[in-house]
Design a protein. Structure first.
Lengths: 110, 114
């Protein structure tokens, strides 16, 4: 069974630049999560979907972050104007019953 | 709101010694509880999970955890630590429905000394 695939694995941006992260969940998993994990901290939920519907995006900074899952499969997380405080690893996870995590995208904003 | 507290951010244990990592949760109702491990440059991997039933759950590589509703705790234990256990350990809580929100603690970084 293929795992959760994320790309890119690394990104380095200057402040103000935009970036998109892509996630391919495990086939058949209806729930997809995006987490932000700052260095030396636990993952913090940004948004999660069931199929194409957003279930909870209360922790997503909506002025600069957006997330979509248009067909209930792959998902994209976008940061419009990155700030140094966005430096973190962005984790995607999917589940039907058990939750499986991708390896993450490590973002550095300089 | 659900939350997890891991009071020990850094733990050092000698190889062969026993280990306990503490986890306190806050959840209205009966939670599902999890311990995940994160090795350097790797994704989060599930060590073990608690669903309502036997309070002591066994995981991979000799890890076990004990659920206590009275103490709102889910502590992780291992009888004899190996150098390969050097990693960061996260406790997490979710609701019982499929696709529930999964919330993590801040993690405990385990160092194994020779």
């Amino acid at each position: 069974e293929a795992g959760v695939t994320q790309s890119p694995r690394y990104a380095v941006l200057q402040e103000g630049q935009a970036v998109s992260f892509w996630c391919d969940p495990i086939s058949g998993h209806d729930t997809l999560y995006w987490y932000q994990q700052p260095r030396d901290q636990g993952p913090q939920l940004l948004v999660y979907f069931r199929d194409e519907a957003v279930i909870d995006n209360s922790q997503l900074p909506s002025d600069r972050f957006s997330a979509v899952r248009p067909k209930g499969t792959n998902s994209t997380l976008k940061i419009q104007s990155a700030k140094q405080g966005d430096t973190a690893t962005y984790l995607c996870a999917s589940s039907r019953q058990k939750v499986f995590f991708g390896k993450g995208t490590r973002l550095t904003v300089v | 709101a659900q939350s997890v507290t891991q009071p020990d951010a850094r733990v050092t244990v000698s190889e062969g010694a026993s280990l306990q990592l503490r986890c306190k949760y806050s959840y209205f109702g009966t939670p599902y509880l999890f311990w995940y491990v994160q090795y350097p440059r790797q994704g989060l991997q599930l060590l073990l999970k608690y669903y309502p039933g036997d309070p002591v759950v066994q995981g991979v590589n000799g890890f076990e955890a004990e659920f206590s509703k009275s103490n709102s705790s889910f502590h992780l234990r291992k009888a004899s630590v190996h150098w390969s256990d050097w990693a960061v350990y996260f406790c997490a809580v979710s609701g019982q429905g499929t696709g529930s929100k999964l919330s993590f603690g801040k993690g405990a970084k385990l160092t194994v000394s020779p």
